[in-house]
Design a protein around this ligand. Sequence first.
Ligand SMILES: Nc1ncnc2c1ncn2[C@@H]1O[C@H](COP(=O)(O)OP(=O)(O)O)[C@@H](O)[C@H]1O
Ligand SMILES: [Mg+2]
Length: 560
Amino acid sequence: MRSINILPPEVIAKIAAGEVIERPASVVKELLENSLDAGADRISVALEKSGKRLIRVADNGVGMSKEDLSLCIKRHATSKIYTLKDLFCVKTLGFRGEALPSIASVSKVKITSKPHDHLFGHKLVVEAGKDLYLEETGAPSGTTVEVRDLFFNVPARRKFLKSDRSELGYVMDVFIKIALAHLNVHFSLEHNNKLLLNLPATEDPISRFCLVFGEGLSESMKAGKKIGKDIFVAAYISDKTRRKSDRLFFYVNSRNIKDRLLLKTVLDACSERFVKGEYPQGMVFLNLNPKMVDVNVHPTKQEVRFQNESEVYGCVFECIKELFSFSRGKPSLKIQIQKKKEKDKDTVLKRDIASEKNAVSEEEKQYLISEFKLKKPHIIGQLRKTYIICEDEQGLVLIDQHAAHERILYEKLKNGFNSGEFSSVSQKLLEPYRIELSSEDTRNLNSKIDLLLNMGIEISHFGGNTFLITSFPPILKNINWDSFFSEILEENTEKIDSIEHLLKTMACHGAIKAGDLLSLEEMDALLKELYETELPYFCPHGRPVIKTISFQELEKMFKR
Ligand SMILES: Nc1ncnc2c1ncn2[C@@H]1O[C@H](COP(=O)(O)OP(=O)(O)O)[C@@H](O)[C@H]1O
Ligand SMILES: [Mg+2]
């Protein structure tokens, strides 16, 4: 073995650079963050050959003096934290003092900078980490960093870069992620002298999102806010879904982060609204005291740790849940009544003074509820024993009978479970229903018997692999027990334990099916119940229940 030897500084620098600087996109990210930390409100990025040949980021921020310029490419030189204490409440995007030295060690860098109150600027030229010169120059206020020939001295790295097209894609990704969170800044992105994105400053997060991803989204975007104990959450989400979660962005104090649990929280909160495998798009901003987040988890600063996780995730869950408790773009009944109440507060208050005790009487409440209730359409008939065909003032209404019944059962089951009333309404069977399972399923079911009992389903182990169902809530009278058990037992246990999942499965197996012939009375009863539910437009799995073809669409269809 060779003897131990301390690595020369250039080698150390190159190793460290590998951690933060992986590709042109990483350079763009670091330079953009520096410009933002410098308080710029105009930042332009220009690339040549997807950034492989040139990356230029120009800002109108505070700029650097000659002294700062000579220091900024030294390792761990930063103006952003001074002491260890500062590390625990980072307010800037950068803080490690690593980016510029890392970039400079693997490329040819020119930094031109001038603070606002200086007459002249300075230019620093560095190649492969070595200062070539630092000289006075005329320059606009702010800083321009030019990075040429990235990895020119690290061929192994250069070889690992992907095609120009892919690398440009990565750059666009980081650029967009940052631009979405800094609305007060005018950003532009140019590639080979072609302007790709021009995002003027705005106050509206939705308009920036739509400027980037398409104006067609603006109608579908909803905003929600929630204030928790030490946290403020603002979400802007479109229900136009995608097959991937690639357009769902999360920010903690304006820093874009990756957090699987946050993504899961959002998806859970709208699981009733979307089919599995469909992802909404939009942005979720979390604002919390910097002391409550640790951003120093990873060199790329993309992961964070929350001090009070349950508060954070809980608040996000509530925010998204409320945002989606809108049906057909209208606020939920509860919110509307509350709004109406607020509007009427004045009049009510006056009446209150005139010695009425209740702010809103029972009668007024009924009026409000009926005013906002969705109107049950008129039934025309059943199509293919699957859809209920109706009409209302807007046009032709199609209702999926299975999905409708699923929604009704799910809400009843959920309410029954939450209020604990299942045990009292369960119906004893005259003759217990027998089910036979495999040994593995037997073990599985044995561990779930108590949970099912809470849902009003009483099962006893008869011996061997045989079980007897002795009672269950009457609304499940149509359930096919064999298929219900085969579904909940084949799933992984983690899922079975989720009560919501069990309730959804019960609703699905207990609901009438496509192919069931319904009489007019049965359809009428079904729709009455459907239009009483909280979210009639979607089944518990997020599939649509009601679809309307408007008269305009019909007229267009027939060229009237
Ligand atoms: N665009 C810029 N405008 C003004 N100052 C800058 C700019 N870019 C870098 N600097 C200065 O250089 C220092 C080092 O930058 P960097 O290596 O990215 O480390 P960090 O951002 O972690 O402090 C910063 O702390 C800042 O003082
Ligand atoms: Mg930085």
